[in-house]
Design a protein. Structure first.
Length: 300
C-alpha cells in the first residue's frame, strides 16, 4: 500500500501509566481523529478503546478508520516480570488482530532510573542493561514475535525515552540480535532525536528495518532546557519538548523522501506527546488537523 497517515490517542493526552484526561472519552477521540482527516489510529492504552473486537471494528468502520497497530510496553530486561508482560502482549495482540491490525509495536517499559536520565545520551548509556538483562530481553522479545506471528502480526520495536532501548547505541545493539525479517523498528523521529540520535542518518543507513514510523517533531531549545534541568521524560513532555510537525527541527521532507526511496509502504503515525496540564494539551484537535495538513504537500 502507499504510505498512509494515522493518529493516536496519545495526541489527546491518553498515554500508558498516567491518569487519563476526563474530557476525552474514546468516542470523542475517534470522532476527532476522523475529523482531522486521518485514515487510521493506534489502539492507545488497553481498555481505552473497546476490548470487544467486534464493537471496536464497528466503531472504526463507521468513521472510515483502520486500526494500524498497538503500542505495548513491558519490563523486557526483568525476567521475573515476563509472565505478566507476555500476558498483556497476548491480550492486546489478540484484540488488534481480530480488529484488523497487522502490526504490534513493542517497547521496554519506562523505569524510574532510566526515566531520570531520559534525553541525556551519555548518562543513559551508563545504565544500559547488563549482559543478563540483555539476554532476558532477547528471550522476551523472541517470545513476543512467536506469539504475534501466530496471530498474523509482525512486531516492530519502539525505542523510547526513559526505557532501556533509547539511545542509538542501544538501538543498534538490539537490532544486531535479531534477523531483519523477524523484528522491525518503529522509528519515532522525536524520541530518536531526544535520545541523542539523527533520524535522517538512521533512515539513510537502515530504512529497510523500519516497519512503522511515528512522526514527531522536537523543539531543540525546549529539549536542551529539559536536559539541562535534568527533567525526567514525563516532566519534559509537559515542558513541551515535542512540537507540531514542521515547527521543530526534524527535516520531514527528507524523512518522507528517504522512506519512499526505501520502498516503505506502511503507516506514518502523527504524534506530539502531550500530558494533561502540559504544553499542547489544550488543543489536540487543532494540532491533529495541522499535522495532517502538513503532510499533504509531502504527498501523504
Amino acid at each position: 500500500m502507499a504510505i498512509q497517515a494515522a493518529s493516536a490517542p496519545i495526541n489527546w493526552g491518553i498515554m500508558e501509566h498516567v491518569e487519563l484526561p476526563a474530557d476525552y472519552k474514546y468516542g470523542r477521540v475517534l470522532d476527532e481523529i476522523a475529523k482531522a482527516g486521518y485514515s487510521g489510529t493506534e489502539l492507545g492504552p488497553y481498555g481505552f478503546f473497546p476490548i470487544d473486537a467486534g464493537v471496536l471494528r464497528r466503531d472504526l468502520e463507521k468513521r472510515s478508520l483502520t486500526l494500524c497497530s498497538a503500542f505495548i510496553d513491558i519490563e523486557l530486561g526483568n525476567a521475573s516480570a515476563h509472565e505478566a508482560g507476555l500476558a498483556e502482549v497476548t491480550r492486546s495482540a489478540k484484540l488488534i488482530s481480530e480488529a484488523g491490525a497487522k502490526l504490534l509495536v513493542l517497547s521496554d517499559k519506562i523505569s524510574p532510573a532510566r526515566n531520570a536520565t531520559a534525553g541525556r545520551r551519555g548518562e543513559a548509556n551508563q545504565i544500559s542493561w547488563n549482559e543478563s538483562e540483555w539476554k532476558a530481553a532477547t528471550i522476551a522479545i523472541s517470545e513476543v514475535i512467536v506469539r504475534c506471528r501466530a496471530l498474523g502480526l509482525r512486531v516492530a520495536f519502539h525505542h523510547h525515552a526513559g526505557g532501556h532501548v533509547e539511545t542509538p547505541e542501544e538501538v543498534d545493539r538490539l537490532f544486531s540480535l535479531f534477523p531483519a525479517n523477524e523484528l522491525g523498528l518503529c522509528l519515532d523521529t522525536g524520541h530518536y532525536i531526544y535520545g541523542g540520535g539523527d533520524a535522517v542518518a538512521f533512515l539513510e543507513k537502515q530504512v529497510s528495518r523500519v516497519w512503522c514510523v511515528h512522526l514527531k517533531d522536537v523543539y531543540d531549545a525546549k529539549a536542551n532546557e529539559a536536559r539541562r534541568a535534568r527533567m525526567n521524560f514525563h516532566t519534559a513532555v509537559r515542558h513541551g519538548i515535542f512540537a507540531p510537525l514542521g515547527k521543530g527541527s526534524v527535516d520531514f521532507p527528507r524523512v518522507v523522501r528517504l522512506l519512499r526511496n526505501g520502498h516503505y509502504d506502511g503507516w506514518v503515525v502523527v504524534e506530539a506527546d502531550v500530558l494533561p496540564g502540559g504544553v499542547g494539551a489544550d488543543s489536540p484537535l487543532a494540532n491533529a488537523i495541522a499535522g495532517r495538513e502538513y503532510l499533504r504537500p509531502l504527498g501523504i
